[in-house]
Design a protein around this ligand. Structure first.
Ligand SMILES: Cc1cc2nc3c(=O)[nH]c(=O)nc-3n(C[C@H](O)[C@H](O)[C@H](O)COP(=O)(O)OP(=O)(O)OC[C@H]3O[C@@H](n4cnc5c(N)ncnc54)[C@H](O)[C@@H]3O)c2cc1C
Length: 494
């Protein structure tokens, strides 16, 4: 363990690994200590089956373009934002791959068609309007659209075979599938080789206390129960579901009233090679209005550890644990405080449809899940599918939100910027690079204040200080996206 680190990073998932690598590349003299509770690295939400591995870029997720505006057009601002954030991620990973820091890129990222599929007259009408709006922008100009059942069948045969005749539409763009856990472990592997950089696994941070010159952290070794104290000027809490209790332990007024409720996830998984060989896309459908960003079902090809499998879901499940590996049933009750109880109750009352949705999901039988699957894959047979537990999301509830529940990923910091934490799960891992940039801009701005610092950042994310959304930057977008595709060996097939 480093005696007096400049930075302590809690967790070894995609958020922490990304920030630690970015900091070390910006300032190689920084002493960085990573603390991870589990003995193996990045085994929580970032790990393979714990998430869907979608490189969220707004291509197929209707939650970023949920409705039409008053003029009948579909506003695409949120889709443009997530697309640009994912471009930053690809640039960053591409730069790491070009510097041989993360091994073979095909191991953790692959191109896959991102397809949005809707049926029924209203669905077709909406998807056409969405496509018309998106296609006008250079980010989405390559997106294809069709209402021709033969063409949709060519794209996604399993989705069309056995389907009752009804109007249907689909759009397709070139997206990605990412193994965020493997990528995080590769980044940690690089960190471990750097001077003044260490990873302590099997150590859990149990308490954070403000100190004159930064933070005092209490750590406990999960195996020996040994306790250690560590001091650092800056702390990043990238502990996923474990972030809320750590923020609460700071006692800072900024985090008073903060609460959260955990939502478990489940997938149906198919291993049958004959079925898996016939599906080569991520197909997203409509989002339930009560749970827009966590409820959109999708049928995906997954290629983890070189094996082809299909995933369908997510289904929400009940849990009181905040973490799958090191969590406990008492996580939720122990997070309740007098100052957050009212906010949690108000969130429940204001979001009754979400509560009903989660209750119904928790009561689902395998039969119900297969029925949901058949809306995507009409000929699916139950015996080909098994249920797998996915990761846990802890939905943050803030007093200031007055009962509203915001599904998003955000950085929270106290006013002195001596600490930063990530809350929320969606769009999550896909925007880890933007999150890390945000943390650096807010909490370590001096690293970008010099021309050297800006140059280092540009080597990692060439367009970090440009707005790729602007029409004037269309050529820059095209050249930068081509470069990351080459560096990441994305073949761009559709
Ligand atoms: C069902 C599901 C599907 C998802 N699908 C997608 C998707 O398709 N695309 C996408 O981009 N995102 C997706 N996400 C979100 C994404 O998985 C997360 O946003 C992302 O992995 C979070 O990364 P993280 O590093 O913050 O947390 P994690 O990966 O959970 O890492 C946190 C780490 O901190 C450690 N830790 C916790 N507490 C402590 C402590 N006190 N001391 C020391 N260590 C600690 C944990 O052991 C863990 O290793 C999905 C999430 C879920 C649950």
């Amino acid at each position: 363990m480093i005696k007096t680190p400049d930075v302590v990073v809690i967790g070894s998932g995609i958020m922490s690994a990304t920030l630690a690598v970015m900091l070390k590349r910006l300032e190689p003299r920084l002493r960085i200590q990573v603390i991870e509770a589990t003995t193996d690295l990045a085994r929580e939400a970032s790990d393979g089956w714990n998430n869907a591995g979608t490189g969220h870029a707004g291509l197929c997720e209707l939650s970023y373009t949920p409705t039409r505006g008053s003029d009948g057009r579909v506003p695409i601002g949120r889709a443009l934002q997530i697309f640009e954030q994912f471009e930053h991620s690809k640039q960053f990973w591409g730069a790491l791959a070009a510097s041989q820091m993360v091994g073979e890129p095909r191991d953790f990222i692959q191109a896959v068609p991102h397809i949005c599929f809707l049926s029924g007259v209203d669905g077709v009408d909406f998807l056409n309007a969405r496509h018309a709006a998106m296609q006008e922008h250079h980010f989405f100009s390559g997106m294809q659209s069709t209402c021709d059942p033969t063409e949709i069948q060519r794209w996604v045969p399993l989705v069309m075979e056995g389907r009752a005749s009804a109007p249907a539409a689909a759009t397709m763009g070139v997206g990605t599938e990412v193994n965020y856990g493997l990528l995080a472990r590769r980044m940690c592997g690089w960190l471990e080789q750097q001077a003044d950089c260490e990873i302590a696994s099997g150590w859990k941070v149990t308490h954070l206390q403000r100190d004159l010159d930064g933070w005092k952290l209490k750590l406990s070794c999960l195996e020996s129960r040994e306790v250690q104290l560590l001091r650092a000027k800056f702390v990043f809490i990238g502990a996923g579901g474990g972030s809320l209790p750590l923020l609460q332990s700071t006692g800072l007024p900024e985090f008073r009233g903060l609460g959260g409720f955990p939502i478990g996830g489940q997938w149906l998984v198919c291993d049958d090679p004959n079925i898996c060989a016939r599906h080569d896309a991520k197909v997203y459908g409509a989002t339930p209005p009560s749970a827009p960003s966590l409820g959109a079902a999708h049928l995906d090809i997954r290629r983890l550890n070189g094996q082809r499998q299909l995933l369908f879901g997510p289904f929400a499940s009940w849990t009181t644990r905040f973490l799958k590996q090191t969590g406990s049933w008492s996580d939720l009750p122990r997070s309740l405080r007098l100052n957050n109880f009212a906010a949690l109750c108000r969130a429940g009352l204001h979001n009754r449809s979400l509560v009903r949705y989660l209750i119904a999901q928790g009561f689902q039988s395998m039969e119900h899940r297969i029925k949901a699957l058949r809306e995507f894959f009409p000929n699916a047979r139950a015996e080909h599918w098994r249920l797998v537990q996915a990761g846990i999301r802890v939905q943050a509830i803030k007093r200031a939100d007055r009962g509203a529940v915001y599904f998003g990923t955000e950085v929270v910091t106290p006013s002195d910027r001596s600490l930063a934490a990530v809350l929320g799960a969606s769009p999550g891992a896909s925007v880890a690079v933007s999150i890390a940039m945000d943390v650096i801009r807010k909490c370590q701005p001096e690293l970008l204040a010099t021309s050297d610092g800006r140059q280092h950042m540009k080597q990692m994310i060439a367009t970090y200080d440009q707005d790729l959304k602007l029409v004037a930057n269309k050529n820059l977008f095209e050249s930068s996206t081509r470069e990351s595709a080459e560096r990441l060996q994305l073949d761009g097939r559709t």
